[in-house]
Design a protein around this ligand. Sequence first.
Ligand code: PNS
Length: 165
Amino acid sequence: MSHTIKAVYPGSFDPITNGHIYIAERAAGLFDELTVSILINPEKRATFSVDERKTMAIEALSHLPNVKVDSFTGLLVDFLRQERSRIIIRGLRALSDFEYEFQLAQMNRQLAPEIETLFIVTDARYSYLSSHAVKDIFNFGGPVQEMVPPGVYRRLRERFPRFDK
Ligand code: PNS
């Protein structure tokens, strides 16, 4: 009997960067299905709405046929159970990510022992890339074209026209 192995790659994706795309590509190569799932967090002020983030992620991942984009509220482990997945994918950049990621993984293990968190190490090109850094660099007039997919670059320019160089 064959069965489909599904993984979930959760995050804020505000907005999706080339680093996220790299992790999604690697994970898509390992599992039958991957759901990139955007956290709807009313307590955190996001730059882009969930719908905008979803649209940008769908565009950026359209070359990966076994990847879908979704969103979730509440606990991540509840979303995984609903999706019938037992694998959480997170990307690791530098050692500095580790403490936060370790805590998240431990919490999720306590909440749902049947679920595993798997880490994919990013490519050296993306070691220091983050959504926050992209927005900061763009706001100060720096070049971000190499860091994000074209759809995100276009939306950054539309959203912050006064910073466009
Ligand atoms: O891209 P981010 O912001 O680092 O992603 C963090 C995310 C969305 C994976 C994490 O905040 C999350 O899973 N939140 C949902 C709430 C939850 O399940 N919390 C319990 C674990 S501490």
